[in-house]
Design a protein around this ligand. Structure first.
Ligand code: GRF
Length: 210
């Protein structure tokens, strides 16, 4: 029994790559990525998907806004396309859009998101940079990464897995970003595994390393 996963990206796709690699090295033996969707044509994650033989879909928002059509219409049409791949879980890995219920209602309790901050600390875009600035202002000594269930509240759904990342004195933003991304690449796999265990407690199998 393979669990079908669709991954939505907007950029480099290094977290998508982490999932592709986990499937290949059998850390996630029961997972098959049935489609990768990007809202940006230039997203390198599309190349990563093609190199892994995974079907891709480029689905931009602009034609909708240019035609005066709503986000809800975009989200509903995108949900229709994603549903064609019959996903058990939809993973947002660097997807830079906020979903309305027009998308989420199609996949109740099956959409998860990776966010480079701890619950309720730096919601929304630019989280790593904002955490680093807070550190420079002496307001925090850490940030983190989480994988959470997606609701219509930005980065607000219940947390599946999270990890605190201390910010060391003297560190640079680049070093922090690199540290955060390495934690993300591990947590995205752990978060997906945990979600599948939740949804399919008697079917989902994983290796001990996940
Ligand atoms: C990651 O930091 C993710 O948490 C954030 O956007 C970045 C995507 O990176 N939402 P990539 O495209 O997976 O390399």
């Amino acid at each position: 029994m393979k669990h079908r996963v669709v991954v939505l990206i907007s950029g480099n796709g290094s977290n998508l790559q982490a999932i592709i690699d986990a499937v290949k090295d059998r850390t996630l033996p029961s997972v098959t990525i049935t489609r990768v969707v990007s809202n940006r044509k230039a997203a390198y994650g599309l190349t990563r998907a093609e190199q892994a033989g995974i079907p891709t879909l480029y689905f931009p928002l602009k034609p909708y806004t240019d035609a005066g059509r709503s986000r809800e219409e975009y989200d509903r049409d995108l949900a229709e396309r994603v549903a064609e791949s019959e996903p058990d879980v939809v993973v947002l890995a660097g997807w830079m859009h906020i979903f309305t219920s027009a998308f989420l209602d199609r996949f109740p309790n099956r959409v998860i998101n990776l966010h480079p901050a701890l619950p309720g600390e730096f919601d929304g875009a630019g989280a790593i940079e904002r955490a680093f600035r807070a550190f420079q202002e002496g307001k925090t000594d850490h940030t983190g990464v989480m994988v959470h269930n997606v609701t219509t509240t930005v980065d607000g759904g219940s947390v599946i897995v999270s990890e605190r990342v201390p910010i060391e004195p003297g560190t640079t933003l680049e070093a922090l970003e690199a540290r955060i991304h390495s934690v993300e690449h591990r947590l995205i796999v752990q978060g997906l595994a945990a979600k599948l265990r939740e949804l399919y407690p008697h079917q989902f199998f994983e290796s001990a390393t996940a």
